[in-house]
Design a protein. Structure first.
Length: 563
């Protein structure tokens, strides 16, 4: 790797290897299986698996399954699916915190024997009251000075299932007056009578995340435990646990800024709330910031990896413009997506001088920069569909699309001239009567005749009618979960985040689109055949992203106002 391209984490790792502190790099990605992974996790996945690969090391995928009340096998399956989809492989290094439940228990016994942990019988509300505040120290629990033998007996009885949930907890004995609240005798174990997805009913006590995570890192030989900045205040506890126990290795925790993207929320609790309320269709709804949602939306994994690389790794929290993500998507799709034509808001055009009953097939490139992809054939006939906003009756001078008496080129076809506007009984424009110039098709003498506008079209008789979903940002403000006005995040839900076009007019070749297949609708944007709802011969298309960023100025103004 180029020295100048190294972020601070990669520089630390390089220095550790150069100094001989470590012979190899071992990292881990440790999600909790209590929801689907989101775009913030994508950054952590790319970082942990990426640095291991770059330095010839190893990366574990570890499921931190220590809370059976919220965990489920569907989340485990989704996590593995998402990591693989992003392009990373853990090989034989798939582990679970539950693999180490017996070791966690032994470590807790060791702390008790050494006078470093005790069983507390205060309830949850009392523990919070005794903990103190950011400006006031905490108070010792009246149970803090129980003897080692009494603590051992109580903890063993906790494991045996003799007590109810919340009746006792195991706490570390550190310092109730510490300025870091995480060191004020944190809870290490709690009673939780819930069936675990892997261990069943073998356990009724479960370790807290900080305790289990630290020991798991040490047992797996993790060299660099990479965490987001909210864990910075937890690092003293991480180090305290390592100091107290006889473990096979000593990992180093390093924090970096989490990925915050404008117009998104990444709280699993709030995302689950949106699902439960029916505001979105599920964890894989294409409006969701989950990796599953982005995949169904049509975002390619290479674009997410590119986005994470562009964002970089820093210690400073900042909000990333969504335009940066969408630019990565556009660049990737522009290189790969074949082209097709689709009309979303159709207006009929009748070519009065085109022979009735005649059809012809016009060749068009599948991709303008990739001739190896070949050509497609476009049916052409007397009646066509064009976009309604490609015609304007009272057009300004600089309007270069179709207008009365004006000419425009039909993409990959002929030049047409609008002669007459036909209205329905309600006075709405229902049809345009036009003439085509038969000499202006490619390869004919008049093909070089120039007009200022080119529009797309679909032959009416051969059009495929299919639903098209136009997705947009789920929220209307850059920070919906941290709005300074104190308003609830629901108030910022975008009512236009999904608009359905039930019967869009599509190029006939799109009937063969397979679920997950991406195509550029020329002049409209990139679209994907929905992976769940598309059927053979009956695709349902989702808009991935527009061709141009219509939100850029709005987004920049909103972010500037926040600053």
């Amino acid at each position: 790797m180029n020295e100048a391209a190294r972020d601070f984490i990669r520089q630390i790792i390089a220095d550790d290897l150069a100094s001989g502190r470590h012979r190899e790099v071992v990292t881990r990605f440790p999600p909790e299986p209590n929801g689907y992974l989101h775009i913030g996790h994508a950054k952590s996945i790319c970082l942990n698996f990426g640095v291991a690969e770059e330095f010839g090391g190893r990366c574990y995928l570890r499921l931190d399954d220590t809370n059976p009340l919220k965990e489920d096998q569907q989340f485990v399956d989704a996590i593995m699916r998402d990591v693989r989809w992003l392009g990373f492989d853990w090989g034989d290094r798939l582990t679970h915190a539950s693999d180490y439940f017996e070791q966690f228990y032994d470590c807790a016994l060791e702390l008790i024997r050494n006078g470093k942990a005790y069983v507390d019988s205060l309830n949850a509300e009392q523990i919070r009251a005794y903990r103190g505040t950011l400006t006031e120290p905490g108070r010792d629990s009246p149970y803090r000075d129980r003897s080692v033998d009494e603590n051992l007996e109580l903890f063993q009885r906790m494991r045996a299932g003799e007590f109810a949930d919340g009746e006792h907890v195991l706490r570390a004995r550190i310092d109730m007056a510490s300025g870091n609240i995480n060191l004020r005798d944190p809870i290490l174990y709690r009673i939780r009578r819930a069936r675990h997805q892997r261990t069943g009913d073998d356990w009724c006590i479960y370790p807290m995340y900080d305790f289990a995570h630290t020991i798991s890192d040490a047992l797996e030989g993790i060299t660099h435990s990479l965490c987001t900045l909210e864990f910075e205040d937890h690092r003293p506890l991480y180090d305290w646990i390592l100091d107290q126990l006889d473990l096979p290795s000593r990992p180093r925790q390093i924090e970096f800024s989490r990925l915050n993207v404008a117009y998104m929320i990444t709280s699993k609790r709030r995302l689950a709330q949106l699902i439960e309320e029916g505001r979105v269709g599920g964890w894989d709804d294409p409006r969701m910031p989950t990796i599953a949602g982005l995949r169904r939306r049509g975002y390619p994994p290479a674009a997410l990896r590119d986005f994470c690389a562009r964002v970089g790794v820093t210690k400073k929290e900042h909000l990333i413009e969504m335009a940066l993500l969408e630019n990565s998507v556009r660049e990737q799709l522009n290189a790969d997506a074949p082209r097709a034509m689709a009309v979303l808001d159709p207006l009929k055009v009748v070519l009065t001088n085109y022979p009735e009953g005649q059809t012809e097939s016009l060749p068009a490139a599948r991709h303008p920069q990739r001739p190896e992809l070949g050509e497609r054939e476009l049916p052409f006939s007397r009646e066509l569909w064009i976009e309604r906003d490609d015609f304007m009756e009272d057009a300004p001078k600089k309007f270069h699309r179709l207008k009365p008496g004006g000419e425009v080129r039909l993409r990959n076809a002929y030049i047409i001239r609008c002669d007459e506007v036909v209205r329905n009984e309600a006075g709405e424009i229902a049809e345009l009567r036009c003439r085509y110039d038969p000499d202006t098709r490619s390869g004919l003498p008049g093909a070089q005749r120039k007009v200022k506008g080119t529009i797309h079209w679909v032959a009416a008789a051969a059009a495929l009618e299919a639903p098209v979903r136009l997705y947009d940002r789920l929220f209307t403000v850059p920070r919906p979960d941290a709005d300074r006005s104190g308003r609830d995040f629901h108030e910022f839900l975008n009512p236009d985040s999904l608009r359905l076009v039930p019967d869009a007019k599509l190029e006939a070749s799109l009937a063969a689109a397979r679920p997950g297949e991406v195509v550029q609708f020329e002049r409209l944007g990139y679209f994907v055949a929905d992976s769940e709802d598309s059927k053979p011969g009956r695709p349902v298309f989702n808009r991935i992203v527009t061709l141009r960023d219509s939100w850029a100025k709005i987004e920049q103004a909103a972010l500037q106002a926040e600053r």
